[in-house]
Design a protein around this ligand. Structure first.
Ligand code: NAD
Length: 489
């Protein structure tokens, strides 16, 4: 397997100016995979300067040509699917069946979607006073800084890069320090298919140094950030210097409401996918099951049985359904929430500990965990970001809605019912950027993705994201208007 461990600046693979490196560890057994060049402030400055120099030609390039490069990249990603999937599994701990069948496919799909979008960014003609023509055009921002978390590094690289490049921006992307390998590999493929030097720059570094520098850099016109709410807040503060645009995809505490008329079998499977896929390390995880009290016992019997049967194992094994969490620190954080649940008097119906299998003893594994709690408990309010689901019960629709809307977050949410009117009423009333009815955690490059409240602002995907990566210019033309002379002398 080929592993790139330098940073990409102006089309060249380089070491850090001070030679610093970051260790990248295998979450399955804690072993060292590689050391990658660690970008500090001076390295980020070099990358931003390269992007600034590359931007004018890239922004002025015919849009269909930018699109063509993105389409070529999508093809190349599919050709390298096995290798990319293996690399992502190694770096993150995601089971290979998911990285192969979901992450890589979705990554290629995203680059292809926005490759097709590049030359479809039309302006408008605005009906104004007779004699004038007023039209708008969407222009790129210039240099865009992109900061990505560790939970879906490959897929999020495409979510960030594809629309920004299609719109004509040059980018400096900072993958998470824990999981930089597939972003670096994608950048290699980009160089191979012919992206001009400087249009894409990749700097791996810590948030407090490299990330913070991108956020406060005067030559960066926009930051697109995915990560925790706390970091999002510090990015907003850092952006004030040059008033850069900021787009924030932050944390979540997804409500997953199951009504008494739901198809229980489908709700059980869908709810397990909602929380246990990717070991629950998803901002849109359905981490709060909110269930009608009349069906809670029946649902929980089936749900606990299903969760018990999930196969935990090494990520490279094709029958593994749940791998390790992505880092030791995160494993400890999730286990600490299991202790908090016990302290709060919540009932742990399953899990709450590391698996006993000796083969997994050195890895960052946590068993699927199901906890029955109260809506006000910390475990029902705070994002755990692991295979940890809190179950809450309700008596009527009003209570279900109050519980669903009762956190500071508002990202993904879902509901299971056969009552069409109730489904749409809840879709309208739920405080969330995304609502899934009789399904959960569906994403598609055409469908806007993002949240409200402390889950952030701005949208990824769809046409919405093209607005985020462009700014509007309004142009006035005097065709044959007689302008009254305000100054007659
Ligand atoms: P994090 O905020 O610690 O780190 C995310 C990224 O920000 C990393 O690249 C990190 O190096 C960088 N960073 C850290 N401090 C920084 C600073 N001061 N300035 C600039 N950059 C900085 O988050 P995490 O723990 O890596 O990721 C998990 C979080 O991400 C969860 O809260 C999760 O909900 C959220 N998330 C949100 C979405 C979404 O689309 N809304 C998607 C995935 C993950």
């Amino acid at each position: 397997m080929h592993i790139q461990n330098k940073m990409l600046i102006n089309g060249e693979w380089v070491d850090a100016l001070d030679g610093a490196t970051i260790e990248v560890l295998n979450p399955h057994d804690g072993s060292l995979i590689t050391e990658v060049a660690e970008a500090k402030v001076a390295d980020v400055d070099r990358a931003v300067a390269a992007a600034k120099a590359a931007y004018p030609a890239w922004g002025a390039m015919q849009a269909s040509e930018r699109g063509r490069l993105l389409l070529k990249l999508a093809d190349r990603i599919e050709e390298c699917a096995d290798e990319l999937a293996a690399l992502e599994s190694l770096d993150t701990g995601h089971p290979i069946r998911d990285t192969r069948n979901l992450d890589v496919q979705r990554t290629a799909y995203c680059f292809r979607y926005f490759g097709g979008m590049a030359d479809k960014l039309e302006g408008t003609v605005v009906p104004v006073e007779p004699g004038f023509l007023n039209y708008t055009q969407r222009e790129p921002i210039g240099v865009v800084g992109q900061i990505v978390p560790w939970n879906f590094p490959l897929m999020f690289t495409s979510w960030k890069m594809a629309p920004a490049l299609a719109a004509g921006n040059a980018i400096v992307i900072k993958p998470a320090e824990l999981t930089p390998l597939t972003t670096l590999r994608i950048a290699e493929l980009m160089m191979e298919v012919g992206f001009p030097p400087g249009v894409v720059n990749v700097v791996v570094g810590y948030g407090s140094t490299a990330g913070a520098r991108l956020a406060d850099h005067e030559d960066v016109g926009k930051i697109a950030f995915t990560g925790s709410t706390q970091t999002g807040q510090s990015i907003v503060r850092a952006s004030a210097g040059n008033l850069k645009k900021v787009q924030l995809e932050l944390g979540g505490k997804g409500a997953n409401i199951i009504f008494e008329d739901a198809d229980i079998q489908k709700a059980v499977g869908g709810s397990a996918w909602a929380i246990f896929h990717n070991q629950g390390q998803a901002c849109i995880a359905g981490s709060r099951i909110i269930i009608h009290e009349s069906i809670a016992d029946e649902f929980l019997d089936k749900f606990v049985a299903l969760a018990k049967s999930i196969r935990l194992g090494p990520p490279d094994r094709t029958d593994t359904e749940m791998g390790p969490l992505t880092s030791r620190m995160h494993q400890e954080r999730v286990l600490a929430y299991c202790d908090i649940a016990r302290d709060e008097g919540a009932e742990i119906l399953l899990g709450g500990k590391v698996p006993s299998d000796p083969e997994l003893a050195n890895g960052c594994y946590v068993e699927p965990t199901i906890v029955r709690a109260k809506a006000t408990d910390r475990v029902a309010q705070e994002e755990v970001f692991g295979p940890f689901v809190t179950v809450l019960t309700f008596k009527d629709d009003g209570e279900a809605l109050a519980i669903a809307n009762g956190t500071e977050y508002g990202l993904g949410s879902g509901l299971w019912t056969k009552d069409i009117s109730r489904a749409h009423r809840f879709a309208r009333d739920m405080n969330a950027g995304m609502v899934w009815i009789n399904c959960y955690k569906r994403v598609n490059p055409g469908s806007p993705f993002g949240g409200v409240g402390k889950s952030g602002y701005g949208r990824e995907m769809g046409f919405e994201v093209m607005r985020e990566y462009t700014q509007v210019k309004s142009v006035w033309v005097n065709v044959d208007a007689q302008i009254p002379p305000f100054y007659t002398r």
